[in-house]
Design a protein around this ligand. Structure first.
Ligand code: FES
Ligand code: FES
Length: 158
């Protein structure tokens, strides 16, 4: 079936098999930051934003995303160097193997778009669908709190 998808601000015409996962479609565009880990909605490695909300792209058929704004980790980039949340993950030591990191960042981005000052409990809840086998999670929660604070300071200085 034919569909028009909005991926990281680009309108793309696509011929999509009805059972093609959004995660598979996006990776076929070389947007390989997201990972297809479990393909069952369990690990969060495939998380992208759909109209600003984090979703497991392995659980969405590509055609279902028509009419929604799709943002992948690549779409958060603002040119050279790491994006704010990515830098916060680096600063907090929240990256080890890195497999989970794009999905974590996307879930965190969804949270920070909805809430400028999330509590620790809210951060943990927002990341509950993302599995990390390496870091023990504390540094990731810390990274999101760092970035939330940086954004608030940036906003206050405008
Ligand atoms: Fe989508 Fe694991 S690959 S949740
Ligand atoms: Fe390795 Fe999270 S850093 S799975």
């Amino acid at each position: 079936m034919k569909a028009t998808l909005d991926v990281n601000g680009r309108r793309l015409e696509a011929e999509l098999a009805p059972d093609l996962r959004l995660s598979t479609y996006l990776r076929s565009l070389d947007l390989t930051g997201l990972k297809e880990g479990c393909c069952e909605g369990e690990c969060g490695a495939c998380t992208v934003l759909l109209d600003g909300r984090p979703v497991n792209s392995c659980l969405v058929f590509a055609f279902q995303a028509e009419g929604q704004e799709i943002v992948t980790i690549e779409g958060l980039s603002q040119g050279e160097g790491p994006y704010g949340l990515q830098q916060a993950f680096l600063d907090a030591g929240a990256v080890q193997c890195g497999y989970c990191t794009p999905g974590m960042v996307m879930s965190a981005e969804g949270l920070l778009r909805a809430s400028a000052a999330p509590t620790e409990a809210e951060i943990r809840r927002a990341l509950a669908g993302n599995i990390c086998r390496c870091t023990g999670f504390e540094t990731i929660v810390h990274a999101v709190a760092i970035e939330a604070r940086r954004r608030r300071q940036e906003e206050a200085s405008k």
